[in-house]
Design a protein around this ligand. Structure first.
Ligand code: SAM
Length: 307
């Protein structure tokens, strides 16, 4: 089954989902995504019937409400998108800015669907006042309403009746994790972090994240984390500490367009960290272990930007 995305979303794990799923249990009672974004991994699991229930959380409230609407009120959101998608008309750029202003006044999740479909790279950006300030993509018209309708209907079919949606900080989610949950985490990238302050993981405190993982370990929770990786020989982000007793594996995420343009032959590698209890259940194929584990221990201190 071809699993659509509910909306384009920068950082979506849709293309990596089949390889990430290789490291999750075959059958789960509930899959929890504390950093759900577009929910690519929950959707991929639902497409294969891997979990009975899903909990999708994202701190971004309109985003979480949008996902919930897509799943629980597919006709309403699909009809709304059709009514707001004026891109064949002239003046569609002005239309985008009008919708953006209205979204910033109301935080209406329905408007966010249009903005995500039309904005540059599906990348959510807010200014210091908390207003969405991403520009429209001038070369693309965004998903047409017929395609959007099909995507929404399929996403709804996959998750309706078995999913809950919340908008909490990841620490609150961690404190409600049950013993039989499996947790997939895709926290904000350090690599795209603008600050050089090492305490932060682009918005979340690194130490808070590590403390939360330690708490999950104490409860014996099975979890899997997508984490910054490397491009060719260059590594991104700070490693998770040894005291968490995690197993690091690497998966190829394809060639970097930017590196190819620069004449380099670099492949982007994504890191996955598996909790000990997950490894005990699913095992690890040794071909996934980092080939240069000695280098992995001295990753760059400075968080650098992904190209
Ligand atoms: C890398 S994206 C996840 C992408 C997702 N895996 C997908 O396939 O679309 C990280 C998400 O974490 C959310 N986030 C950032 N800080 C958070 C926090 N403190 N608690 C929960 N979610 C947070 C962001 O809004 C963002 O959607």
């Amino acid at each position: 089954m071809n699993i659509p995305q509910p909306f384009q979303y920068q950082g979506s794990k849709r293309s990596l989902a089949p390889r990430i799923l290789d490291h999750l249990p075959r059958k789960m009672a509930r899959l929890v995504e504390p950093f759900a974004g577009s929910g690519a991994i929950s959707l991929a699991c639902a497409g294969k019937g891997r979990s009975r229930e899903y909990w999708l959380n994202d701190l971004n409230r309109p985003l979480s409400e949008l996902l919930s609407m897509i799943v629980n009120q597919p006709k309403k959101i699909s009809d709304f998108y059709q009514s707001i998608w004026h891109d064949r008309d002239t003046g569609h750029l002005e239309h985008y800015y009008t919708v953006r202003d209205e979204f910033n006044r109301t935080n209406d999740p329905k408007l966010l669907l249009y903005l995500l479909a039309r904005c540059v790279k599906g990348a959510i950006r807010y200014n210091s006042d908390g207003n969405f300030n991403q520009s429209p993509d001038k070369r693309r018209l965004g998903t047409n309403p017929e395609r959007m309708h099909t995507n929404i209907t399929t996403v709804s079919m996959l998750l309706q009746g078995k999913s809950i949606f919340t908008s909490q900080d990841f620490r609150d989610v961690f404190s409600s994790i049950r013993k039989d949950d499996v947790v997939y985490m895709d926290p904000p990238y350090q690599g795209t972090c603008r600050t050089r302050d090492h305490r932060y993981l682009s918005g979340i405190l690194f130490d808070d994240f590590v403390a939360g993982l330690d708490h999950l370990n104490q409860k014996g929770i099975r979890y899997l984390i997508s984490y910054d990786g490397r491009l060719g020989d260059k590594s991104y982000g700070k490693q998770l500490p040894d005291c968490l007793d995690l197993v690091l594996i690497e998966i190829e995420a394809g060639r970097s367009t930017q590196a190819t343009l620069l004449g380099q032959d670099a492949v982007t590698i994504e890191s996955l960290y598996l909790s000990r209890s997950l490894v005990e259940e699913v095992g690890v194929d040794s071909t996934y272990l980092p080939r240069r584990s000695s280098e992995q221990t001295h990753l760059l201190e400075e968080p650098a930007r992904y190209v």
